[in-house]
Design a protein. Structure first.
Length: 227
């Protein structure tokens, strides 16, 4: 009967022999090397297929905007196009960060102006470039059309988004698009033209262009008609 306690101790001894590092942490060998604690990596819930496709599409849609305005700046030397193109580059960068975060393939494998993976965006780019080549005013109308379309697409993306970080990024881009629409319409009105909605309802467009520039949207904070 006196041997019974020794039998109960055998499993404990065996455990200590198997894991001396743990034994040191529990009163074992104080000279045993301490295993470094590995940081816990945040778990990112994958995007549903539909949302992943939307994010991928918007990356190239922002590229279309940037490329279009760079093209119009070369054509007409209106600094507004150059300024907004720089903002569109920041939009592209913000979406690229999300693509990387969620492990999605970047569709912009070739960053050359006017080059797109999505065939529909390639066709739209060519169409808008042709429209804007007619005159400086036509280029402003084509740019405004593009911003209206971006607003519609972002509103849809926000409605389907289930990830807070993605939704926030889309909301920031939406602020930028509304500001860009205000800028282009203000330029159209400067030459005495009245802007009519091209994609959205006239009521929606009027509500945007008759309100002040918004804060956010990658740092744009100026009043209507400027930057």
């Amino acid at each position: 009967m006196k041997a019974t306690p020794m039998l109960y101790m055998l499993p404990v001894v065996a455990m200590l022999a198997i894991n001396p590092a743990q034994a040191a942490g529990k009163g074992g060998n104080p000279n045993a090397p301490v295993q470094p604690v590995q940081p816990v990596q945040p778990v990112v819930t994958p995007l549903p297929d539909v949302e992943a496709a939307t994010l991928t599409f918007l990356r190239e849609e922002e590229k279309l905007s940037r490329d279009l305005y760079l093209n119009f700046f070369d054509l007409w030397q209106n600094p507004v196009f150059d300024n907004v193109a720089a903002a569109e580059q920041r939009h592209m960068d913000s979406i690229k960060m999300l693509l990387d975060r969620y492990g999605l393939v970047d569709p912009v494998q070739d960053d050359t102006v006017g080059t797109f993976t999505n065939a529909d965006l390639a066709d739209l780019y060519d169409e808008l470039v042709a429209r804007g080549a007619v005159s400086a005013e036509a280029a402003l109308y084509a740019a405004a059309y593009n911003e209206e379309q971006d607003i519609v697409d972002l509103q849809k993306a926000i409605a389907e988004s289930t990830h807070a970080d993605v939704t926030k990024a889309y909301e920031n881009l939406l602020v930028g698009c509304r500001n860009h629409l205000r800028i282009f319409v203000a330029q159209i009105e400067i030459v005495g033209l009245v802007y009519e909605a091209q994609v959205m309802s006239q009521e929606e467009v009027d509500e945007i262009i008759n309100s002040d520039m918004e804060r956010g949207g990658n740092g744009q904070r100026s009043r209507r008609g400027g930057r």
